[in-house]
Write a protein that binds this ligand. Structure first.
Ligand code: C2E
Ligand code: MG
Ligand code: MG
Ligand code: MG
Length: 281
């Protein structure tokens, strides 16, 4: 009796599990198809120096131009590929697309550094450096120093040794690395001094509330202080208003990115934005 019941509950669990797995498989197939049909697109968001007003780079942010559902943000589809082979495939597509765009801008006289988000899974994939290097080599004439990777703090925590090795390789390839969403992870603040990263990006949640919340302001202030102490550049993300920009400048944080400066835009819009930005200075 007990045995039969046990078997029954396993069967019910299996049915629900199977449905979920089938749905996920369906969604991943759709994403793989979308890749084939070239429905993914990179938007670019400017990063500026508030003091000199110089544009220091652009961050590539993936979008899915879905035939029925319209333009989808990464949160709508990246979680679906997390942990499977498709995550790597999509990551490689992103690197390739960003490099293509970088070269296109370069040949039209715009030398703008491009930064790319790399998922922890992709960064720590055993083939990452080999793949990355051969992608870089497929763009002869790529000027060094124009490409940067943005990685999450969490990527460096799960397997510190592996992460360090990859970051050292990036440095050898003369690719800068930024630590994204800084402050949201669980590492001690002193931990990052061992990491070969050139830029710290203060998470936008802290920046958003820094004008109304003393704690958030203190966090931003501490990160800026720490970055300076350890000779790293620091950039605030999520700068939505002039008041935010002014408060950041007061704290000594000059690099910024956010809707208050520019929203992420299609590549074709960037030269126009750049010209207007430069004309306004
Ligand atoms: P992230 O790397 O921290 O990127 C910044 C996110 O904040 C972007 O959202 C950007 O559109 C948004 N943002 C920028 N300024 C503001 C602002 O002033 N206010 C607010 N509320 N938001 C602002 P997005 O494009 O939806 O991307 C979300 C996240 O998805 C990214 O966070 C990144 O972790 C991930 N992601 C985006 N593109 C890629 C990609 O190509 N590969 C990988 N692996 N992850 C990506
Ligand atoms: Mg980022
Ligand atoms: Mg970020
Ligand atoms: Mg973020």
């Amino acid at each position: 009796q007990a045995k039969r019941q046990g078997a029954g509950s396993v069967a019910i669990y299996d049915a629900a599990e199977e449905l979920l797995i089938r749905e996920q498989r369906q969604e991943r197939l759709e994403i793989a198809d979308a890749l084939q049909r070239d429905e993914f697109q990179l938007f670019y968001q400017p990063q500026v120096d508030l003091k000199t007003r110089r544009v220091i780079g652009v961050e590539a942010l993936i979008r899915w131009q879905h035939p029925q559902r319209g333009l989808l943000p990464p949160a709508a589809f990246l979680p679906l590929v997390a942990g499977c082979e498709l995550e790597i495939t999509l990551g490689e597509w992103v690197i390739n697309a960003a490099l293509k765009q970088l070269m296109r801008w370069k040949s039209s006289g715009i030398d703008v550094p491009v930064s790319i988000n790399i998922s922890p899974q992709h960064l720590l994939h055993p083939g990452f450096i080999t793949q990355f290097q051969s992608l870089l080599e497929s763009f002869p004439g790529l000027p060094p120093g124009l490409l940067a990777l943005e990685i999450l703090e969490s990527a460096t925590l799960d397997d510190t040794q592996a992460a360090l090795a990859v970051l050292e390789e990036c440095r050898r390839l003369r690719v800068d690395v930024a630590l994204d969403d800084f402050g949201t992870g669980y590492s001690s603040l002193a931990y990052f001094r061992h990491l070969p990263v050139q830029l710290i990006k203060v998470d936008r949640d802290f920046v958003r509330d820094m004008l109304v919340n003393e704690d958030d302001k203190a966090i931003v202030e501490s990160v800026v202080f720490l970055a300076r102490k350890f000779s790293r550049a620091v950039l605030a993300e999520g700068v939505e208003t002039m008041a935010h920009a002014e408060a950041l400048v007061d704290l000594g944080c000059f690099l910024a990115q956010g809707y208050g400066i520019a929203r992420p835009m299609p590549a074709a819009d960037f030269p126009v934005w750049l010209e207007e930005w430069q004309a306004a200075q």
